[in-house]
Design a protein around this ligand. Structure first.
Ligand SMILES: Cc1cc2nc3c(=O)[nH]c(=O)nc-3n(C[C@H](O)[C@H](O)[C@H](O)COP(=O)(O)OP(=O)(O)OC[C@H]3O[C@@H](n4cnc5c(N)ncnc54)[C@H](O)[C@@H]3O)c2cc1C
Length: 399
C-alpha cells in the first residue's frame, strides 16, 4: 500500500486525502496551523460557482462544473448547508454589454445549468428587487456553503479510513531518498512514496524545497469584505455581481447572501504586504522584497497600476468602496456597510513575464506533485481537482 504525504490542510489537500484514503492508500496530511482551513479555505466568499466565467475547455471550466455537483452531493450526504441562492451578473450600462455577452457565451459552452439572459428590467427586479442594471445573466444554481465545515467533514472521513491529519506540522524539508521522499517538520520525520503539495499561499515556497522552478511565484492578493447591517440584508436576495474586467482574474466587488444569511460586500483585490497579510498592518519585509524583485513585478505594475491605485484607494477610503457597491443598489447607504469582516488572501500565481496565471496549474518533480495555482473556484472544484490529480499524476500510487 502506497504511503502518501499531503502538505496543506485546506480544502484541496483534505479532498485529496479523502479520495486517496477511500482507495486504500496510507495518507498523512501535514498542516502547519493548529486547525484546518486557517487560510484561503476559511476566508472566502463561500460561493459554489456554476462555471460562468472560465475559458471553455480549461481546467477551471471542467473541474468547476464537476466540482459543483460533487460538493452538492457531499453536503447532502453529510447534512451540511447548501443553499442555491442564485447569482445575477449585472451590466449597469451599455459599455458592459459586450463583456456580458462573452460571459453568456462562455457559460453556455461550459454547460452552466438553467442560465438565462435577462434584458427586461422588470424581470431583473423580480429576481433582485433593489438592483440597478440594464441587462444580466442569471445563474439560479449558484450556491453558498461553509467551506471550513465541508473540510472538517472531509477530514472526519480521512480519519475514519485510517488516515492521519497532523496539525501543527510545518513541512520544512522534502528530500528524495532512494526514489521515496523524506518529509521533515520540526517535530517529525517520515519517508513516503509520494507527496502532494497543496500549500496555497506557500505553494511556491514548498515547491522550492524539492527543487522545483521558482516560477510561477505566488502573489498574495487580499480580498476585503464589508458586512451589510442585519436590518438591511433584505436589499439582496442572492448574489449580485458586476461584469468582471476580463483583463483581471478577480470578479469585482459583489454582494453575497451567505449560508448563515448575513450579506457581505466584496471582496476587493489589493496586493497583500505578506503572504498571510490579512490587513495593511501585517507586513513581511521578506515577502514584499521577494515580490518587488521578481522579474514580473514591473511588467505587472505597468499593466495594472491604474486598477491597483483604484483598489488600494477603495480599501483605505470607505466612501470609495461604498461607491463601487452603490452602483448596483442605489438605495444602499454608506451606513449600511457597518464594519469590515475577516479578509481573505488569494494565492495567485504569476510568471516571470508578469502574467497572472489564469488556469489551475500542477507541476511534477519526481514523486512530488505540486499544485502551483489553485485560486477561485478551487474550493468549488476541490473534489474534482482531487480526482483529476489522482487520475493524471497519481494513478499508480493510489493503486
Ligand atoms: C477572498 C477570497 C474569496 C474566495 N471566494 C471563493 C468562492 O467563493 N468560491 C470558491 O470556489 N473559491 C473561492 N476562493 C478560492 C478558494 O478559497 C481557494 O481556491 C481554496 O480554498 C484553495 O484551497 P487550498 O487547500 O489549495 O488552499 P488553502 O486553504 O490556503 O490551504 C493551504 C494550506 O496549506 C498550509 N501550509 C502552507 N505551507 C505549509 C507547510 N510548509 N507545511 C504544512 N502546511 C502548510 C496552510 O497553512 C493552509 O492551511 C476565494 C479565495 C479568497 C482568498
Amino acid at each position: 500500500m502506497a504511503k502518501i504525504g499531503i502538505v496543506g490542510g485546506g480544502i484541496v489537500g483534505v479532498a485529496l486525502a479523502r479520495a486517496l484514503s477511500s482507495r486504500g492508500a496510507e495518507v498523512v496530511v501535514f498542516e502547519k496551523e493548529t486547525r484546518l482551513s486557517q487560510h484561503q479555505t476559511g476566508h472566502n466568499s463561500g460561493v459554489v460557482h456554476a462555471g460562468l466565467y472560465y475559458k471553455p475547455g480549461s481546467l477551471k471550466a471542467t473541474l468547476c462544473a464537476a466540482g459543483r455537483v460533487s460538493i452538492r452531493q457531499f453536503c447532502e450526504a453529510k447534512g451540511l448547508p447548501y443553499r442555491e441562492v442564485g447569482k445575477l451578473v449585472v451590466a449597469v450600462d451599455e459599455t458592459e454589454l459586450d463583456a456580458l455577452a462573452e460571459i453568456e457565451r462562455r457559460s453556455t459552452l461550459n454547460g452552466v445549468p438553467d442560465l438565462a439572459r435577462i434584458d427586461d428590467v422588470a424581470r431583473l427586479r423580480e429576481i433582485e428587487p433593489h438592483v440597478a442594471g440594464i441587462a444580466a445573466v442569471h445563474s439560479p444554481h449558484t450556491a453558498v456553503v461553509d467551506y471550513a465545515s465541508i473540510t472538517e467533514a472531509m477530514a472526519q472521513d480521512v480519519r475514519a479510513a485510517g488516515g492521519q491529519i497532523r496539525l501543527g506540522h510545518e513541512v520544512t524539508g522534502l528530500r528524495l531518498e532512494s526514489g521515496r521522499v523524506r518529509v521533515s517538520t520540526p517535530v517529525s520525520q517520515d519517508v513516503v512514496d509520494r507527496v502532494i503539495v497543496c500549500a496555497g499561499l506557500q505553494s511556491d515556497v514548498v515547491a522550492k524545497l524539492i527543487g522545483a522552478d521558482a516560477s510561477p511565484k505566488i502573489l498574495p492578493f487580499r480580498g476585503e469584505y464589508w458586512e451589510l447591517a442585519p436590518e438591511r440584508t433584505g436589499l439582496v436576495n442572492g448574489m449580485i455581481y458586476p461584469v468582471p474586467d476580463p483583463r483581471f482574474p478577480f470578479l469585482g466587488v459583489h454582494f453575497t447572501r451567505g449560508v448563515y444569511d448575513n450579506v457581505h460586500v466584496g471582496p476587493n483585490a489589493v496586493p497583500a504586504l505578506a503572504r498571510e497579510g490579512y490587513d495593511w498592518l501585517q507586513w513581511s519585509v521578506k515577502d514584499t522584497w521577494e515580490s518587488l524583485r521578481w522579474p514580473g513585478a514591473w511588467p505587472l505594475a505597468k499593466q495594472h497600476w491604474r486598477m491597483g491605485v483604484d483598489e488600494i484607494s477603495a480599501s483605505l477610503i470607505k466612501p470609495l468602496y461604498y461607491r463601487k457597491a452603490r452602483r448596483f443598489i442605489p438605495e444602499l447607504k454608506s451606513s449600511d456597510l457597518t464594519h469590515k469582516s475577516a479578509a481573505g488572501v488569494r494565492a495567485q500565481a504569476w510568471g516571470r513575464a508578469g502574467e497572472l496565471l489564469d488556469d489551475f496549474a500542477v507541476d511534477q518533480v519526481g514523486p512530488v506533485t505540486v499544485l502551483r495555482n489553485a485560486p477561485s473556484p478551487a474550493a468549488t472544484s476541490s473534489i474534482a481537482i482531487a480526482e483529476y490529480v489522482l487520475e493524471h499524476y497519481l494513478s499508480k500510487a493510489a493503486a
